[in-house]
Each structure stands twice: as C-alpha cells, then as structure tokens.
Design a protein around this ligand. Sequence first.
Ligand code: ADP
Ligand code: MG
Length: 620
Amino acid sequence: MPIRLLPDDVASRIAAGEVVERPASVVKELVENSLDAGATRIEVETRDGGTSLIRVRDDGSGMLSNEAELAFRRHSTSKLERATDLEHISTLGFRGEALASVASVSRLTCNTHHRSDPAGTELRIEGGKFVHRSATGRPPGTELVIEDLFYNVPARRKFLKTERTERRHINGFMTRYAIAYPEVAFTVVHDGRQALATPGNGDVREVLLSVYGADLGASLLEIPAEFTAGHPIRVSGFVGPTTVHRANRGYMTLFINGRWIEDIRLAYAIIQAYHTLLPVKRYPVAFVGVEMPPEDVDVNVHPTKAEVRFRDGDSVFRAIQRAVRATVVQTAPATASWDPASGHTAPPPTETEAQQNRARLAALRPSQTHIQFPTTAPPAPGQRSGLPTGGDWPVLGGPGPSPTDTVPSAPAPEGRTAAHRRTGGETLPPLRVVGQVATMFIVAEGPEGLYLIDQHAAHERVLYERMLSRATGGQVPSQPLLEPQVVTLPADEADRLEGFLPALMKVGLEAEPFGAGTFLVRSVPAQLKHVSPADLLADVAAAAGESSPIRQELEEAVIRHICKRAAVKAGQVLSMEEMARLIHDLEATGNPRTCPHGRPTVIEVSTEALARQFGRGGAT
Ligand code: ADP
Ligand code: MG
C-alpha cells in the first residue's frame, strides 16, 4: 500500500496520545516499523542511553523516494486506508504518528531505498522541519538516525531516567522481540558494546539460549504442537519447568499476533497454570504467543498499543491456561503434599532437594559439631520448674544479655495472656526442642509455654545477620569455583546487575561482565555453594530492581535474597540436633523474632492460655 495521509474521520478514531516519551519508546516504534517492512536484519545502536543517538537499520522494503517525505507527516501510513481496516489490523503500526512525533523532537536523518527505485533517498529533519534532501546509493532498506532527542523540549529532557534505565527498557523490549521473531537477526549495541545478537535462522531455541543462557534457555519446555495448530486460538511458546521460578513477574511475556502486550489477566492465566506447582510468591518463566483472527482482538485501545481488548477474553484465558498447564504437568512431580502456609498443595521436595537442604544446613557451621549450652548465666531455677530437664532432648540456651532483663522470671504479667501472641523485638528465652510439625515448624517449650518456630524464617534470620556482619567486616567466606562459570542473563537484568558487582564482591560473589549479557562467575558465597550461579545472579538482579539506590540498602537487599535461597525450606525434615542448633543460632541473633523480610520467626502460646483453653481457668 502507498503511504498516504489518513482522512480525518479515520485519524480521529485512532486512540490518541503521545507515544514518544523516552528513548526506549523511540526504539520500539522504529523497530516495529522495521518488522512491518519485512526486515530480516534489524540493528539497533544507541549512545548515552539513546539521548545522544539512536540508530535503527533494517533490510526491509524501504520507502519509495516519492513517498519518503510523506512518512514524516502526522497521520500518514501505508498500513491503513479506511476506518473498517481498524477492525482487522495485522501490522504492528497503523497510527501513522510515530515518525512525525520523533522527527519533531530530534534531529533525524532517514536513509531509505526501495527496491524499485534506482537510488535511495536521504532526508534530514530537525525539530520537525525538513532541512535537507538528497539521493543516495545504499542497499534496499531503511536507516533512521535520531540525534539529540528532546533537544528542543527541555522539560522532557529533564525528566529522562538514567541511561542505565533506558538501556534496560530497550534491552527488555528487544529480547522479547528477538524471541517472538526468531527468523529476524537482531543486534543491539549500546555505547559500542554489544548487548544482544541473535542468529535469525528461525530456531527459537537458539534465540532462547542466546538470550537466557545455556542453563535457563535449555530447560524451557516447548508448548506441544496440539495447541499450536488447528484451533481458532493457537497457543505456542516456551515455559519453564516447575523447578525454575523467579522472584518477580518479569519473566512472563505474552505476544498476541506478533505484538508484545501486557495484560494482567492473561499473565494470571499463566500463573494459574502453575497452581500448586511453584513455591509461594514465586513466578514462572514463560514466553507465550497467541495467534488468533485479527478481528477478534482490538489493538486500537491505547496509543502505545501494548494493551488490547478481546472479543472473547475468557476463551483466550482458557486457551493459554490449558496449553501452559499441559506443558508443565508433563514434567511436574506426580504427588503433591498439603502446604498449609499457602493453602495450596505443593510437590514434596525431591530427594536431591532434600539432600541439598541438608548440605546447606551442614554448611551453616562447619566447625561446630556439638550442641552448645548456655555460656552466660544459666536460667534461674524457677524458670524451668515443671520442665523435664533430662531426657534425650537437647536443652538450649544462648549467649546474650543477662536473663533478668530478657527472660521473665515471674509469672506473666496481666495483659499478656492472648492465646496467640507474637512477641516484640526481645531476645528469646532458653528453649527446649520438642519436635517438628508439618516439616515446617519447630515445636519448642520455654519458660512461658509453647513456642512455634518457622524453620525457614529462622534460618533466614541466622544467615542474614551472619552475612551482614561479615560483609561489614569485608569477610564473607567465599568459595572459588573450580572453573569459572559463564552465566547469561536477559539483557535488561544483565544491565542492572552490572552496577551491582562491587556490592556482590563484598558478600563473596565474584562475577565479571563478559559481554552480551554474559558474566563470568569466579566464586560464590561459601554458604551458597549448592545454589546454581545462574539462579543466584537472577535473584540478585531481581533484588537490585526492587531496592533503593542507596548502596547499603542494595547490599542488604542482595544479602536478603541470597539468604532466602540458602535457608532450609519448608518440607525439610530436620533432626533434633539440627533444630537445636538452629534455635541456638537464632537466639544469638540481634533480632530473633522476625525474618529479614519482616515476617515472624516465633509464635508463643502461653501455658496460661493453654490452660484456659482446656477449661482449667488459671495458670494452675
Ligand atoms: P505507522 O507505522 O503507524 O504506519 P509511522 O509513523 O511509524 O506510522 O510510519 C509511517 C510510514 O512510514 C509507515 O506506514 C511506513 O509506510 C513507512 N515506514 C516507516 N518506517 C519504515 C521502515 N523502516 N521501512 C519501510 N517503511 C517504513
Ligand atoms: Mg510505526
């Protein structure tokens, strides 16, 4: 179709709004144009996060020399003719506004050559004004160079995010398109450094490997062909097995008819498909593409075209959920156990997981093989009255402030008789381990009654304080890897991680950038030698995304994430000795009552409250 100006009645029916807000949105619009032009190679280059320069070069159709200028007028497009065309859009663009918008806020050079023209055309537009036109001799295709974005809109310039943030957005977008269009070879270069390169040979698996690295890329499961063909709504793509999960939703990507969209409801269809198969608060890795008749999906909802509306959203939801579920359950463990924390059933930990947990716990204190008894003043005899002192159970107490200001030696004062009490930031009294419940909680007895300890939360607290104090002293024990491991992260995560490497050094994780989203991991924190470096780096990148830019907070966030991974999990059977050690270590922490994420580690039920429940009236 030729490029033409849209009649007013059509233009007015297009979702209005500015699309060029930031460098990343310029890249998105230009790359979508290249894809619409049928390109098989798309090269993106930026300088200074796109503020000084964005170059997008393609080998697509190119523009005819007598049409090229028109492309920069508002509401000019070759993708739409009449209003009814809006009902079945099959191209990524259709608004005819992007080039005009970009040209009005930058110095733009367009170099384009259509196959049927003898020569190409070069146009120079500054702040929306044509300043130069000449014939050029370039191969068919188009190259757009955007310099000094927003040079004439200082207000916009002022609100630009950091260069790193822009690169992250660009990379996030480009990696997704690289996966959705495996037949197109994409390269992305920032400030002379390559962030992404895909072969463009049509092999999605190869793209996944180059984007996600060998570990993750190879583990992804392909949605079987039965969902990919023969339905009005066809679902294809790749999803992670249940052993692969991430701390945030950023690893779920949805494409509808070749367009990346963000749709909370459909993302939920993917999460639902993993129902009961993933740990609580963990999200799947999934790349799901849906093909459906264009007339059943309305893309003219929002100017950035990232939102769509479906004629029958429920059936799209069901199609996605069914396809993902079927793919995942092929590999999920067959039996499941009740997980009271989430109210969901959860697969039991596999043998190797259990072994790993055991090894983690053992690594906790390599030097200590016996249970330690209190080294400070022993509890007053009254505190232990009624408690058996002998028997097989280890009796524990811990070093800490004198018992008189931490352990109540008198009967519980009035007003502290609530049946389930979560006590404040005090230290713990000496506790005697009674046993384990639901392979999740440690049951213990203390001077005031019954204590329930969340084993995972408690271990997290112990590891966290230990690592934090060592990081402050700059001596987290680190375990050099026999061979440095190469880990590839999605470009946006990689970019985020890079500014973070010095903080990682302090906690014993030594990694160096290795180009194109790849890192060379040389050593890991000794406590985490059983966790795969790829998982570790992905977790840390997620932590970096969530926390504030204050260095100390970043470090703490990283440590929190690391400890979460390293801590014993629910579902882990612990021996009496291991439980006793854990409680002993918990007592020694500065803040034993909460885990580093703020959840309680201990719940107390007073003897008094128990007595009342049994209708004994008082504490006697
Ligand atoms: P839209 O993509 O919505 O049509 P744009 O302003 O992005 O609007 O582009 C205007 C027109 O310029 C397109 O319709 C297309 O004909 C032409 N065009 C833009 N970029 C390219 C490109 N890379 N290759 C070929 N033609 C292009
Ligand atoms: Mg466009």
